[in-house]
Design a binder for this molecule. Structure first.
Ligand code: PEP
Ligand code: MG
Length: 751
């Protein structure tokens, strides 16, 4: 019999067991029997994840029946523990020889050599482990692994439905908790929101899992996929345009995924094996999820968001599930992940916030959410297990945390924060058109960090003095192919036109490290942050760099072109990059192009400590410099601020860092070279105040920081703070942050 036929038969038998009227325990016992028989294995066992984190044996065919509910494996224990940790199948020839094997005498397990365990997952959440074992020393075949995963998929739905097992006994009991709960994650889009939870992840309640007629399920899949593609085309023609070219590119990459033949083939294979169309979608989603999550490549991980989005959408087209079309007022959307198209489709006027079990700052959804000004908190472990639709949720995008079913006092103080925030926004809006001038009459330029067309409206909204850092790599990372020259020129020209008289600094491609392009092959590096990135790639393989330079030159026809280079570590590198730019200009002139920039300003980012010791030689060769403090401080302390184990060692206000930042600004002043600082620290008011005291007068920050910084500057006597800072720095071991906070309090600064 063909393996798929086999799998189909087994699923039919499981269905018969479930349809019978035996009690829950008998049905569970029959299930393991059916699975063992069909898998031609001596043993089949089901372990379920308990509220205390242990994996408990709930049913077995082949191990000692008395071990049921007696055998409990601690988190990480044994081969079952390994399946739990890896969330993927474990296929072992001889279990007792395996270094992780943990023997529980009550099971009489000693005679069984081969072991195959697969996780029982539902919406990415682990419910248990399904195991088959045999007395022969052998590896189970790929088709068997696949078939057992299909069964696990069905089992997950059975467990979650409570048909067999009382959920109270399992960790799922947490779902029904009514306690208030705070979850800590990461802020993805800043802001505060309060509202009611709407679960985005479709739950397939009431949908059958085992197909009666696989051919019919395949037809359903085909037709749903067809509908899905049509909807995407309509969406693409419609709202995708509302957010400009980058959003359109996001959508394009996403549409291509929907056309992906291998996705469809995987779906059909699962349906042929006897799963319903809906269950097949979940099954394939789980498979891709594991594969993408294992990838270190952030681009692939972003594709995972698209897949989640498409899977949800396909489920809706299958008619099995639905997210409320009519969102309640004050909706807080709760999801594992969400794709950009899903977000664009929702009614923004009813949406207050978005909370994600996963999510990332660079995800497509984050980019769209930021454009929608929707507060987002992500990386919330256990989110979906702790929230029920209708729960009140407070989204704190300032501190990256959420409160679920908050206590009255928490809710009241949050409402107060919302009120204050609204007031502050109104104040910032009023300040929009006034320049940032300190009490001692120092004019500070507040510039914007941007990277996509959707950031452009922020220039007008915030009244920023220009764009101090335009990160150009996003445009390259969003597409599945190298963006066309014409597209690049269009975006760059749009940026310059929107900015009008205000200056714009384009930072050339900062690729490599974690930022890899799907359409460019790259070698895995042991230490990507110290590897072949940014200007190093541009100089060694100038093809793409020159391609971008040409687009920047054309886009700046008749205007000033300001360009700077990332991650320069020697003066020679800067000169090489500058030469490539000048050669490109000369070449275009030679070929008779007249549509060239009227002026060129070439700057250098200071992002490596090595360059700080070359300023005397560098500054005479540059038109301006910009301190990329994110990278500079990370390389200075050799500490990655995204790595929580070392992030407290990354302190831009440590006296050593303050001293270095001071040296840079002084050197620039001596050489009369304009200097800005564009790292994240400039957006933090305590840090920004220190930068001002050191002499920085141009800060480039995300849009949300412009108003708060302006308010700070208007209340600050910079000269006075400079004097204090000099005194603090003369102490043997000053805590600059603490001193600054005290100063702010005494001076009544707007912090
Ligand atoms: C920086 O390193 O401070 C910087 C602005 O560049 P990015 O954050 O894009 O690396
Ligand atoms: Mg940088």
């Amino acid at each position: 019999m063909k393996p798929q036929q086999n799998s189909k038969n087994m699923l039919q038998q499981i269905r018969a067991v479930m349809a019978g009227n035996a009690d829950a325990k008998d049905r569970l016992d029959k299930l393991v029997e059916v699975i063992a028989k069909n898998m031609q294995a001596k043993v089949c066992s089901i372990y379920l994840h308990q509220a205390d984190g242990f994996m408990e044996l709930w049913a077995t065919k082949g191990l000692a029946a008395s071990a049921v509910h007696q055998t409990r494996l601690a988190p990480g224990e044994g081969l079952v523990g390994e399946v739990v940790s890896s969330l993927s199948p474990l296929n072992v020839e001889n279990a007792s020889n395996h270094h992780l094997f943990s023997f529980h005498p009550e099971t009489d397990e000693i005679n069984f050599l081969s072991f195959l365990g697969v996780p029982v997952l539902r919406a990415g959440q682990l419910l248990g482990v399904l195991v088959v074992q045999d007395d022969k020393e052998r590896l189970f075949g790929a088709e068997t692994v696949e078939a057992l995963q299909n069964v696990a998929m069905v089992l997950a739905e059975i467990v979650a439905s409570g048909e067999l097992i009382s959920l109270e006994e399992l960790s799922e009991a947490e779902i029904h908790s009514t306690r208030s709960h705070t979850l800590h994650g990461t802020s993805i889009v800043e802001g505060l929101a309060m509202g009611v939870a709407v679960m985005f992840e479709p739950h397939m309640i009431g949908v059958s899992r085992i197909a009666e007629d696989p051919e019919h399920e395949i037809e359903r899949l085909e037709s749903a996929l067809d509908d899905l593609r049509k909807t995407l085309d309509r969406l693409f023609m419609g709202k995708g345009h509302a957010f400009g070219e980058p959003a359109r590119e996001v959508m394009n990459a996403y549409r291509m995924f929907a056309q992906d033949q291998s996705w469809f083939e995987r779906l059909c294979k699962a349906a042929k094996a006897g799963l319903t169309a809906e269950t097949a979608v979940e099954r394939v989603r789980g498979e891709y999820r594991q594969r993408f999550l294992a990838a270190r490549d952030p681009y692939l991980r972003e594709r995972l968001h698209d897949l989640e989005d498409l899977s949800n959408r396909l489920l809706r087209h299958l008619g099995g599930v639905a997210i409320a079309r009519d969102l309640p007022e004050n909706t807080i959307l709760v999801a594992r992940n969400i794709g950009p198209a899903e977000l664009l489709e929702l009614d923004r006027s009813r949406l207050r916030g978005l909370v994600l079990e996963e999510g990332s700052r660079t995800s497509h959804a984050a980019i769209v959410a930021a454009a929608m000004r929707l507060p987002v908190v992500g990386h919330l472990l256990g989110l979906q297990a702790n929230v029920l639709g209708g729960d009140t949720i407070l989204v704190d995008g300032e501190n990256g945390q959420i409160s679920i079913r908050p206590a009255v006092e928490t809710e009241n103080s949050f409402i107060e924060r919302l009120r204050v925030r609204r007031q502050r926004r109104a104040t910032f809006a009023k300040l929009k058109n006034s320049p940032a001038i300190s009490i001692d009459n120092q004019r500070v330029q507040l510039l914007l960090n941007a990277g996509l067309g959707i950031d452009l409206p922020h220039l007008e909204e915030t009244g920023a003095d220009g764009i101090g850092l335009f990160r150009t790599e996003f445009q390259f990372m969003l597409a599945d192919h190298l963006p066309k020259q014409a597209q690049l020129i269009k975006l760059y020209a749009e940026v310059l036109t929107t900015a009008g008289d205000k200056p714009v600094v384009f930072r050339t491609l900062d690729l490599g490290g974690d930022k890899v392009l799907p359409y460019v092959s790259h070698a895995q590096e042991a230490n990507p942050a110290l590897g072949w990135r940014a200007i190093r790639m541009a100089i060694d393989r100038p093809g793409m760099f020159r391609y971008q330079l040409r687009a920047l030159i054309h886009a700046s026809a008749g205007r000033t072109l300001r360009i700077m280079f990332p991650l320069v570590s020697t003066v020679a590198e800067f000169l090489q990059a500058r030469k490539l730019l000048e050669q490109e200009l000369a070449r275009l002139t030679r070929f008779g192009h007249t549509d060239l920039p009227v002026k060129l300003e070439v700057g250098c980012m200071i992002e490596t400590p090595a360059l700080v010791w070359q300023l005397e030689r560098l500054l005479p060769k540059t038109d301006f410099i910009s301190v990329g403090a994110n990278d500079l401080i990370q390389y200075f302390f050799a500490a990655d601020r995204e790595n929580i184990r070392v992030s407290d060692r990354y302190d831009p206000l440590h006296p050593s860092a303050v001293s270095m930042l001071g040296q840079i600004v002084q050197a620039a002043a001596t050489h009369n070279i304009p200097i800005s600082l564009c790292g994240e620290m400039a957006a933090q008011r305590t840090d920004a105040a220190i930068l001002l005291a050191l002499g920085y007068r141009q800060l480039s920050v995300p849009a949300s920081a412009i108003g708060p910084l302006k308010q700070l500057i208007l209340s600050l006597d910079i000269a006075d703070l400079s004097k204090s800072l000099a005194k603090w720095m003369a102490e043997s071991n000053p805590d600059i942050r603490k001193r600054m906070r005290q100063f702010a309090k005494n001076a009544n600064l707007a912090m």
